[in-house]
Design a binder for this molecule. Structure first.
Ligand SMILES: Nc1nc2c(ncn2[C@@H]2O[C@H](COP(=O)(O)OP(=O)(O)OP(=O)(O)O)[C@@H](O)[C@H]2O)c(=O)[nH]1
Ligand SMILES: [Mg+2]
Length: 296
């Protein structure tokens, strides 16, 4: 534990519309793939904690679901998670991208302005897709939404994000570290395993199917050399199950194998994964089912 009196630490919520790069940011800062990333919007459904520690500061980041107008109960819950994350931290990082300002950007800016959270900065991401003039124009427009400090980055392309990390850390209160310095998160490994499988479903399948799916880990048996995971994939309709399994079982086989590879990277051990496909009709619209699947 660092006992310096000038040590800083605190909680930082990363907020933004879907697909701006919030999870990419969290992973890059923490240096470990904690939060799943796909080209599809609405990938993240939970508040995901990732901890950055150096000898001057410890920043506990929360990745959050992308802000949108909810159309069903799961999205309502995702937006409750977003609203809680605004007040429940020492600093809000509003993240946006080259498409700023969209309706969701502006609604979220208003939500942050009207909240009781006084500490906020904005990050304009995906600057690799903007020329200098457009970038300056976006920065001015973001400032006009109530953000004095706006930082332009490309989380994918910039060599380092250390400036931004230090800006964020310096805005935190003086405090000793809140977690042991070696910790990257305090979320259970079963949670990450389910998310890694969900990521493969998002990457392999199209249209509504990824959004109709969720994963629960039923068994996680770890031995010295191997991990055996049994997980249920929940879908909403029988027709989706047919697509998920695919012709001669090709699709489920590919998703299983890709997940095993990613789980191996995360767990550092060989993984034997068994996926069972189950139907819970319209689960996204049902509060009980959402609760049962661990969304709150
Ligand atoms: N061009 C470009 N793409 C980026 C950059 N940062 C992230 N992306 C891409 O943007 C897509 C979405 O990234 P995510 O990190 O999943 O975005 P998110 O904000 O967490 O999305 P939700 O979880 O849906 O809210 C991925 O394909 C990333 O590779 C960047 O700096 N430049
Ligand atoms: Mg995300």
């Amino acid at each position: 534990m660092n006992c310096n009196l000038d040590y800083k630490s605190g909680f930082v919520s990363i907020l933004g519309k879907p697909n701006v790069g919030k999870s990419t940011f969290l992973n890059r800062i923490v240096g470990e793939k904690l939060s799943i990333v796909t080209p599809k919007p609405q990938t993240t459904r939970h508040r995901i904690k990732g901890i950055y520690t150096d000898d001057k500061m410890q920043i506990v980041f929360f990745d959050t679901p992308g802000y949108l107008k909810p159309r069903y109960e799961l999205q309502e819950q995702m937006m409750r998670t977003v609203r809680e994350a605004i007040d429940d931290c020492d600093l809000v990082v509003f993240m946006t991208d080259h498409k700023f300002p969209t309706d969701y950007d502006l609604e979220l800016c208003e939500l942050i302005r009207l909240s009781s959270q006084p500490n906020r900065i904005a990050v304009l991401n995906k600057c690799d897709l903007l020329n200098d003039i457009d970038k300056q124009d976006k920065v001015a427009k973001i400032k006009a939404q109530g953000f004095q400090d706006v930082y332009s980055v490309s989380i994918l392309k910039d060599e380092t994000l250390s400036n931004l990390i230090h800006v964020v850390g310096n805005k935190l209160p003086f405090s000793p570290p809140l977690y042991p310095p070696e910790d990257l998160s305090d979320m259970p490994v079963r949670f990450f395993a389910a998310e890694i499988i969900r990521e493969q479903i998002f990457l392999r399948l199209r249209e509504e199917l990824p959004y109709s799916s969720t994963v629960t880990v039923e068994k996680f048996i770890e031995t010295e050399k191997k991990v055996h995971i049994l997980a249920n994939v929940w879908l909403e309709r029988k027709t989706q199950k047919i697509i998920f399994i695919g012709e001669k079982g090709q699709m489920i086989k590919q998703i299983t194998q890709n997940s095993e590879r990613q789980l191996y990277k995360f767990l550092g051990k060989k993984v034997k994964l068994e996926l069972w496909v189950k139907i819970k009709k319209d689960w996204r619209k049902k509060k009980n089912a959402i609760k049962e699947f661990g969304y709150f």
